[in-house]
Write a protein that binds this ligand. Sequence first.
Ligand SMILES: Cc1ncc(COP(=O)(O)O)c(C=O)c1O
Length: 1004
Amino acid sequence: MTTSEIKNVQGIAAIEALLAAEYGIAGKILALPGEHDLNFRIQASDGRAFLLKLHALGAPEELDMQIAVLDHLAREATELPVAKALPSRSGASFTRVEFNGERVARLLTWLPGETWARAANRSSNSVETLGALLGKLDRSLAGFSHPGTRREYAWDIARAEMHLANVDLIEGMEKRRAVRAILEHFVSTVLPRLKACPRQVIHNDANDYNVLVGADGCVSGLLDFGDMVESNRVVEVAVASAYALIGSPDPIGAIARLAGGYHGVNPLGETEAELIFDLVRTRYAVSMCMAARQIRDNPENTYLLVSQEDVWRELRRLEQENRPFAIARLRDACGFAPIPKAARVVRWLESNAHDFSGVIKPRIARPKPAVFDFSANSSGTWAGLDKDVAQARIEAHIHAEGADFGLGLYGEDRAVYKGDAYQATASLRRTIHLGIDLFAPANEPVHAPFAGKVAFYHDDAVPYGFGPTILLEHRTGEGDAFWTLYGHSASRLSIGQPVARGEAFAAMGNRAENGGWVPHLHFQIVTDHLGLEGRMHGVGVKEQWQVWREISPDPSVVLGLSVPASVIVERDKAFLVRERQRRIGRSLSIAYGSAPLKIVAGEGAYLIDDEGTRWLDMVNNVCHVGHCHPRVVKAAQMQIARLNTNSRYLHDSLVEYSRRLAALFPDPLNVCFFVNSGSEANDLAIRLARAYTGNRDVITVDHAYHGHLTSLIDVSPYKFAGKGGEGRPAHVRVAEIPDLYRGRYRYGDTDAGRKYAEDVKRQIDALAAEGRKPALFFSEGILGTGGQLVLPEGYLRGAYAHVRAAGGLCLADEVQVGFGRVGSHMWAHETQGVVPDIVTMGKPIGNGHPMAAVVTTEAIAAAFANGMEYFNTFGGNPVSAEIGLAVLDIIRDERLMHHCAVVGNRLMDGARELASRHTIIGDVRGYGLFNGIELVRDRDTLEPAAAELDFVITEMKERHRILLSSEGPQHNVLKIKPPAPFSADDCDRFLEALDAVLAQVKAA
Ligand SMILES: Cc1ncc(COP(=O)(O)O)c(C=O)c1O
């Protein structure tokens, strides 16, 4: 019986009876296509969906293998989106049924999604998620074995050599020749290396009808384990790639994405990465041989002929790819250096550069170049400029600068490259300059920087081409061959001829002979000419820059110029995320991880992204006087141009700054220490307190954060009691958080401050019971990580009294909240009417410049000066001092403290008005522009509305272009601490947006 026969009423009735008898399920039945097995979609009356498979009893071992693998995956990899087998009434994962002969019935869960072949929402992300799914699957299959997988299977491309016998069955000479060449290459080159690669059971058929794509464009399922085989693991990647690249404008890009996704969860080895490209080609060759055999045995099968058109088309596209370049891209996708010898070549150049000759005008010791900006976004456009005009402009600029020659930059993204030669693939153009241009009049001699021999010479003789191009071959001390390339330069040398260091072996061509360009030398280093020899590209594809920059590294190392001759190539966000994950420690998260921002500029309270969108920044208290405040920028530029050195020399700015900073505190806080970060300031504070008191223990407030140094993780419950934390160290005591909203003593309790301070006393008593005393009590003037909490009246007064009575010192951490942010005072602790023994400052102190400070008393500073010097390399350098002074001037001149008070009150009044309409707002608090809005699901139980807050933050960003973040132990406090220039208009815009977003929360 075939699927079409089953569609008749009788057949359907038989299936219904089977489902009822074996599985107790009733529902709608839809017959699906299938080659050997009969497949049905079952829509059960209870809403569930299933796939019913009626297997033909071909090879019992293979069928058993398919049953066993789903059992294995159901046990070992529950999260994988593969079907799960439903047990029949008797508890078996399959049953034997009579269906026009004996068959095996299996009922599987239905996987959601559209087949890859039909999914309209596919993207490069789909390809990456497919790779990741296969990587996870193979990790789990590595522990699976079954006799059915140990087969000599014609679809196992690791055995592709068996198909050499079928090549002659292929119709068409060109196809036969291509397939034979691939299979012979497989036997001679691929197979010997493949033998060293890991082997395991693989799915082996992630084709476009076996892969499902979900509504979000990510891969949502994988079907059909009937082609499983024990083979080389990397074959899995190659088979899937052969389908995933179909129709892609950049086939190697698609393979690289898939391999990268796989590698991210199941790392591939270097040899595996290098073999993928050849294995994909092999898969196509095998497919063509198999089809030829099937067509011979079954000539009326027209479906095969149609699908083979796809295969041939895609294979031909792959055959046009540059193989070494494809391999370099796949190495890169799997985290390996694209060109392994590139780093060795650059190292050799760097260590021998002192001995190189100048490439042009070698007799001038320090030639002066005039730099040109040929980038696509340069102000004076060059693209399409008349050649005479361009030449005159270049000559005039060199003349005006009094320069020895003109300079065109490496890495520049240019719009000047016209013509088909620069079209790399259907969608990718070459635009990034791989060399450095040196402009001088035609016939200027070109010298060899070091000895070599003429390796290649080619004249492409097309407009916008290189014109005559010479490659000299060189070798590093370790024997790696590499080349220097001289474009647009005529020469009468013959191939193989040696060239001495400094020899004038060529000359700059004129416009008639150099591709029509203004006379110049294009100088490039080549670590791998990709088989292109004299046709080597001088311009690369931006999206492939990480590979091109290894093929042609920055030639500055050879030229030794007096100005930068290269630029950073700007890349898209997806690349930057991937590269960050590879190069930067992953314990640093990315803001708005699922849709990160690429911020390229700042102005006042706004951040500007790479597309020019302006984002209202309500998070950054570091750029306190406003992003890129011109007075801060100027102060930094002026001083860095004059002097930057350590603070052991006398300097007016430092002494002036220490006087100005100390003047912001009452007596006896008169002595400053200058450091580089809030953490360093707090670490020094602990040392000061220990030196002065002779005690070691520290008391800190619950949920506080005081810095990232080891000593400060110890006093930061936010860290040591959180993820990855090692718990409270023995020398630290934690005082109860004085939270007036959800703590033990709440708003309305006028004695709450004293009561919370009692817990500080309890910690001191606990220390005393062990015969110990506190060295230091840490607190902020408003609690940041604690949830933007305003301290209860009298809290610090009470706590300080207890600590001091026990012989300890009291520290105010003003790293977050200092410099007038609280509006009423310069320092948040002043709102509590106390004078600390030590104050630490950071973040806003330098408006983003890394500096920080400690202010303390003469007595404490004296106790610390015990003979051991305190030297801090960067702390208090003249640039920092000038920046610090500029920040203080701006706070004074722009009346920023008052501004924080006025706008902060406007913001809190507005938020309280919103609270009258949105019950989700449980509390609005803060001083000046340091505020918290706490969200709760219920104003009585105070159940935290953390998920709702996440939604609010995302919507405020996505819909209203406002950047905010969350805070507090329950992650339900909207944290507000914008740059101080945040205006009344910004405030109103924020309130209006918040109103709208909270209405959405309510509706949801
Ligand atoms: C209250 C407080 N203290 C200290 C620090 C540490 O400062 P830094 O990151 O400059 O080392 C921070 C940083 O977030 C902080 O919030």
